[in-house]
Ligand binder design. Structure first.
Ligand code: COA
Length: 261
């Protein structure tokens, strides 16, 4: 599959099936303007469609920031109608990331503020570098988080901590983010991507259908239908070739060769 040229994204894939998406607007600390969001949406579609991609890693260009938020210049001209539209559009893109059928790992390599924190929270797993600062400072602009932050942060860290972060607007450093379960792990800046790739490699060994159904089932844990969804997906997997291959390989003491169906 050939990928389009992006203006603000770097998008590369390796032979193993790991795609690396870098938000590339370092002079503006990778702030999410409309073009970045549009390209992000395209990159998610490509990730879903491409058989060559098994895991997606998202990070930010430069040494300072993952993403320093939605582009405040663009935000400043929003009115009630366009503001609601912009929030819904951003939510949709980040929901697509959360619901991506392939694992998505965020490497949070610096400031992850506002929309940047919301992008990180939409990823399935987050690895922070030691300098990461994660926060939702929208109230300092007279706003609230609009790309899903008021919903995802309480789910990840609990209502009390989420209220504290959203109402003060103050960011937390990497170690506090890890303590509260906001990030999975902290690594030095030059090791974080490698660590994410190691996780990706471990995931790629598993059945692709099992991975996508696991993501879907875990995502359903927030709904009251979560248990039913889990049982339904479990049942669906039981009739796949990958399930037969995985169980046979174990019983025959060999490595499975998953085909994704
Ligand atoms: N939107 C648009 N531009 C942004 C931005 C954003 N969210 N965050 C940073 N930038 C731009 C700055 O305007 C500056 O551009 P310039 O060089 O043309 O003036 C450039 O990125 C570098 O940022 P700067 O503020 O000079 O870096 P810093 O190291 O002094 O501070 C931050 C870093 C992250 C603390 C600071 O940029 C900041 O507070 N950004 C806004 C964070 C925010 O409120 N995000 C939520 C938005 S909803």
């Amino acid at each position: 599959m050939t990928f389009p040229e992006f203006k603000h994204l770097l998008f590369e894939t390796d032979a193993e099936g790991i795609a690396l998406l870098t938000i590339n607007r370092p002079d503006k600390l990778n702030a999410l303007n409309n073009k970045v969001l549009e390209e992000l949406d395209t990159a998610i579609s490509l990730t879903e469609k491409s058989d060559d991609i098994r895991v997606l890693i998202i990070t930010g260009a430069g040494e300072k920031a993952f993403v320093a938020g939605a582009d405040i210049k663009e935000l400043s001209s929003l009115n009630r109608e366009s503001g609601e539209k912009a929030s819904s559009a951003g939510q949709q893109i980040f929901n697509r990331i959360e619901q991506c059928s392939k694992p998505v790992i965020g490497v949070v390599n610096g400031y992850a503020l506002g929309g940047g924190a919301e992008l990180a929270m939409a990823c399935h797993i987050r690895i922070a570098t030691e300098v990461a600062q994660i926060g939702l400072p929208e109230v300092s602009l007279g706003l609230i988080p609009g790309y899903g932050g008021t919903q995802r942060l309480p789910r990840l860290v609990g209502k009390s901590k989420a209220m504290e972060m959203i109402l003060t607007g103050q960011p937390v450093a990497a170690d506090e983010a890890k303590t509260m379960g906001l990030v999975n792990d902290i690594k030095p800046a030059d090791k974080a991507l490698d660590h994410a790739k190691k996780l990706a490699t471990a995931m790629i060994k598993n059945g692709p259908l099992a991975l996508s159904h696991a993501i879907s089932a875990v995502n359903a844990s927030q709904s009251k239908h979560g248990f039913a969804r889990e049982a339904s997906l479990f049942g669906r997997l039981c009739e796949t070739e990958d399930f037969k291959e995985g169980t046979s390989a174990f019983l025959e003491k060999r490595k499975p060769a998953f085909k994704g169906h």
